[in-house]
Ligand binder design. Structure first.
Ligand code: GLN
Length: 284
């Protein structure tokens, strides 16, 4: 019988041979899921794998060999302080996005804000993290995908904030979006699709084959949705309200210019852990 550590080492070798970037930590997550235990428990697990567990683990390695990201194989991912359900209907939460949550949480606390709106929630990782951090906050999240909204609803329950969020099926290009959203907000956050259409093909397979295209494709120059959302935000925010965007590499200045053109003031561009200006903070 092969030991768990031999099996993991062999799988890691196999995946690397196929050119799949995989870490030991990822292997541990896949093995823990196959064994139905917490990842840390692997170190103390001294039983042999059952036939079922082995088949499950080998299936996972097969999926990973086809470039499926680990979170989409095991169905969840840690982001910021919480753990979210993830599937093929939502963009996988990225560590790069945590800076947006950190900055938004600071602003919400400092100003005692109570009303937040997120355009394009996907899994819900941004707005739900903020609601979980700040118990006095309530909000609305939109998405154009019913399946994404279902995922976000389950995530709201998973982290216990479902009473304070309304999730709405809305397209920000709808004519009547302002009427549908109705009330005014203290803060609006969004990580809209921002990859230029012509660059989608250059993305890693983990991204282009497994994240929804609607969450990635930002039109010809990648900035289409920042233009639209900046215009809406100006009308939906209270005076002195905040608008926080996530953008792609080298987009921060262009995004800031767009929002400034809609009457916002640029307060700050915050860098992610790789040093990229990822989060653009604007005030009405
Ligand atoms: N950060 C994602 C990527 O680079 C893109 C997400 C988005 O378009 N909002 O793959």
């Amino acid at each position: 019988m092969t030991s768990i550590s031999d099996l993991m080492a062999e799988s890691l070798r196999l995946l690397r041979l196929k050119g799949i970037e995989t870490s030991r930590q990822e292997l541990r997550l896949l093995m823990a899921c196959a064994l139905d235990i917490a990842p840390d428990e692997i170190y103390f697990y001294d039983k042999d794998l059952t036939e079922n567990q082995l088949v499950k683990f080998e299936t996972f390695i097969g999926q990973r060999a086809e470039h499926c990201p680990v979170d989409k194989i095991i169905g969840h991912r840690g982001f910021y302080k919480y753990d979210f359900e993830v599937n093929c209907h939502v963009l996988s939460p990225r560590p790069d996005t945590e800076i947006l949550v950190e900055e938004a949480a600071k602003i919400v606390r400092q100003n005692n804000f109570t009303k937040i709106l997120e355009f394009g929630v996907g899994s819900g990782c941004i707005i739900l993290s903020l609601l979980a951090d700040v118990p006095s906050l309530e909000g609305i999240g939109t998405d154009i995908s019913e399946k994404a909204l279902e995922t976000a609803r389950r995530n709201a329950q998973r982290i216990g904030v479902e009473q304070r969020i309304k999730l709405m099926l809305l397209d920000w290009f709808d004519q009547d979006i302002l009427q549908k959203l109705g009330c005014r907000f203290d803060i609006i956050v969004s990580n809209p699709p921002y990859i230029p259409s012509g660059e989608i093909n250059l993305l890693d397979r983990e991204v282009k084959d497994f994240d929804p295209l609607t969450a990635l494709d930002g039109g010809k120059d990648g900035l289409r949705d920042f233009r639209k959302i900046s215009g809406l935000a100006g009308q939906l925010l209270k005076p002195e309200g905040y608008l926080l965007f996530e953008g792609g590499e080298n987009q921060a200045d262009k995004i800031a210019d767009i929002a400034v053109g809609h009457g916002f003031n640029l307060l700050k561009k915050a860098r992610d852990l790789s040093g990229i200006e990822r989060c653009i903070i604007l005030k009405k």
